[in-house]
Design a protein around this ligand. Structure first.
Ligand SMILES: Cc1ncc(COP(=O)(O)O)c(C=O)c1O
Length: 441
């Protein structure tokens, strides 16, 4: 892999942009263009993209139908700060696709939509506290930055985690309003709800925790969450920013058959264009009616080019064909990976669902944040670096998630698995040659 031009750009601009990146989840490699499943950087390297805009790209880069509708919108000259028929039509698409979407309002980023859903839940219930899952990420605002990936030693017992700020600059009184639970543990949820009875506004929950790689809900878990949130009269906000449209046209709520009170969608809604949506029960959503109790503003909410992208994207997503293709791709990837791991006698697993996945270096079952973060991080980094040298774009975060798009083919998958096999060989070599005391447990 050539790196000269990216390195020179980082040297030139790194002094004015911390780390040379505008999000801490990016690597300082500078890209020039993208097409289908491929990314091309300034050094002329071609990669098969497995980060897919952090899950936002679902159709493939530069999808022609999305590009055509965006071009049309640009020619019409409308940008933001106004409504159009398009902003009503896209809301109707969401209403028709998503089980919980009695009403719909747009924002730009997932972060904004989650923030507003919490404010609506607080106003609706007249309560302040929220419950959040340890290891889940819901954006970069204050409450969401509690117990994202805490150091387990500082985060309390696994079944009674304590809130830990994940960033500097967060107000302690914000941290104090966030209650933390382990995923897949209904006993801990009920304990927390009972101990804070009458004080909890909302439970914020990612139905599959892709923000700790990929943690599946155990059978009955989401149904149990629904039952308990109803029993304690707490608003359940399902964060579908990643699961939305990937798991089914109506998101995880359709795929698992469980309907929350409110949900938040972003990322794949517009194939990478910045659009998000808060959707949910009419009695809660209507608090944001103009002149109502909750102020809902935003110059760029539902800007016209992003809505055009969403309109084209949702038209393609609503049939369910794409979701089947994504699932088939990651099913196959998991099978091939398992074979390679067995051949090499390694402790590794590829967890996946609906076209999103992550590789973990552990042979233990992963069912919550503590079991995910116990995977071997060093092995993951060796793997990731080797794979990247083979032209596969992967995240260097061992708790990050990867994905495929509708543009990924079986041939792409063959290339990915060949690269993964080299990565596994490198990990096996490292384990063989490491002093016995340094071996992972
Ligand atoms: C589940 C989830 N919720 C919310 C967010 C925040 O979305 P955004 O990055 O668009 O602000 C993310 C981003 O990765 C996410 O994965």
């Amino acid at each position: 892999m050539k790196v000269e031009k990216s390195t020179a750009l980082l040297e030139r601009y790194g002094g004015i942009i911390p780390g040379g990146v505008h999000s801490n989840f990016r690597q300082p490699v500078y890209f020039e263009r993208a097409s289908g499943s491929r990314l091309y950087d300034v050094d002329g390297n071609e990669y098969i993209d497995c980060v897919v805009n952090n899950g936002a790209c679902i159709l493939g880069h530069g999808d022609p139908d999305v590009a055509a509708e965006v071009k049309k919108a640009l020619q019409q000259g409308l940008t933001s700060g106004i409504e159009s028929e398009l902003s009503l039509k896209v809301a109707k698409q969401l209403h028709d696709m998503i089980p919980s979407a009695e009403q719909v309002r747009f924002a730009n980023a997932g972060t904004e939509a989650v923030m507003k859903s919490l404010m609506l839940a607080r106003c609706f219930t007249g309560r302040e506290k929220i419950i959040k899952v340890e290891g889940a990420y819901h954006g970069w605002f204050d409450e969401a930055q509690v117990s994202v990936h805490p150091e387990p030693g500082a985060a309390g017992p696994p079944d009674r985690p304590i809130p830990v700020p994940s960033t500097g600059g967060i107000r302690q009184n914000t941290v104090d309003t966030v209650l933390i639970i382990p995923f897949n543990n209904l006993e801990a949820l009920e304990y927390t709800l009972a101990a804070n009875k009458g004080e909890v506004a909302a439970l914020l929950l990612e139905p599959v925790v892709f923000n700790s790689g990929c943690i599946m809900p155990r059978p009955g878990y989401l149904e149990g969450v629904r039952r308990l949130t109803q029993k304690y009269d707490v608003v359940w906000i399902m964060d579908e920013v990643i699961t939305g449209f990937r798991l089914a046209p109506g998101g995880a709520q359709e795929r698992f058959g469980v309907t929350p009170d409110m949900s938040v969608f972003a990322k794949a809604i517009a194939n990478g264009w910045p659009l998000s949506a808060v959707v949910g029960r009419k009695d809660i959503m209507s608090l944001s009616h103009p002149g109502g109790k909750v102020l809902y503003g935003g110059t760029y909410n539902g800007s016209q080019a992003t809505l055009a992208a969403a309109h084209a994207c949702l038209e393609k997503l609503k049939t369910g064909r794409i979701q089947k293709h994504l699932q088939a791709l990651t099913d196959r990837l998991q099978d091939l990976f398992r074979e390679r791991v067995q051949d090499r006698g390694l402790a590794a697993r590829l967890e996946q669902f609906g076209g999103q996945y992550q590789v973990f270096f552990t042979d233990r079952e992963i069912f919550d944040y503590r079991t995910a973060c116990a995977a071997d991080r060093e092995s993951y980094l060796v793997f990731q670096q080797t794979v990247r040298e083979q032209g596969i774009w992967m995240s260097d975060g061992y708790l990050f998630h990867h994905g495929v798009t509708d543009a990924h083919t079986d041939e792409d998958l063959d290339q990915i698995i060949t690269a993964y096999d080299r990565g596994l060989a490198k990990v096996a070599e490292r384990i063989r040659t490491r002093p016995a005391s340094g071996r992972p447990a």
